[in-house]
Design a protein around this ligand. Sequence first.
Ligand code: TYM
Length: 324
Amino acid sequence: MAKRILTGIQPSGILHIGNYFGAMKSSIELQNQNPGETYLFIADLHSLTVNPKPEDLRMHAQRLALDYLACGLDPEKTAFFRQSDIPGVCELTWILNTITGLGFLERAHSYKDKIAKGFIPNNGLFSYPVLMAADILIYKSDQVPVGKDQKQHLEMTRDLAIKFNQMYGDVFVVPEPIISEAVAVVPGTDGQKMSKSYNNTIELFGEEKAVRKKIMSIPTDSTPMEAPKDPDKCNIFALYRLFATPEQTGALASRYRAGNFGYGHAKQALFEAYMDYFASMRKRREELEKNPGYIQEVLRKGAERANRLAEQTLDEVRKAVGLR
Ligand code: TYM
């Protein structure tokens, strides 16, 4: 049976290659593999829970849309929309709030992590998983591809769907998470996980000179130029393999092991591989950037599709709980 697949991403910063290889690439590939319907949305209401500056939220959401389209998202195959364009999501969040226990929300890792990082918790942050459940359940999604960090949120969504169905009758589909173990963590320029908060990112569509500078300043050990080197212990090599074919990766590994090959050469190879890999996407992005009206139209049409589905489910929900 054809499956309905849905996923979301927050517009929380400028996208980097960790975002691309960790989430974007596979969510774009889905559109070609999935014979059913595919939905992808910009989770702007979730981003509000940490109170970003309005101009930053607007800019990040616009860039996210532009970057996804540049990377190959096909709006004919994937309904692409903004979460905040679907008013029914907030109504369903409220209804789900009324069946959500406080203890259940207190156990959410993402909430506990944010508190540990010093965020002053607001009610939105606390009920973040309920909004996420509404996002998923409103479209009766069968499958939800996410990274490991979202696993608990998916479990909470399933629990809420089951509880609602038990209380009010079978309305919701209980969704399956798809968590790809295949995606290794993309390392940053310092070898830790690439993340905006560690300041170790390589931007997905960074300005050429700035990217070159970033790559050239990747710290390395002091093995002399002439000495053979172990590619598997080198962060430059770990990044290079994301872009290169297995043959190119093998060839670079041999050059490491042969000696007389310095880290400067490896960095140059990485920079060239990065530029080659994203060349056609950069070109497409430049063209799309000249046409903001097109992006708005894509998001408007995506929202129209999503709203039709959301309204159908909400009608059933309203009837089931006695609001009609
Ligand atoms: P967000 O915006 O933090 O991340 C978007 C997606 O990217 C995955 N991800 C990663 N995967 C592998 N390695 C990494 N280093 C890495 N960093 C992030 C995330 O797991 C996620 O799949 N709450 C969600 C957004 C959301 C959502 C939804 C997702 C809101 N509603 C409904 C699915 C369905 C979030 O904050 O993702």
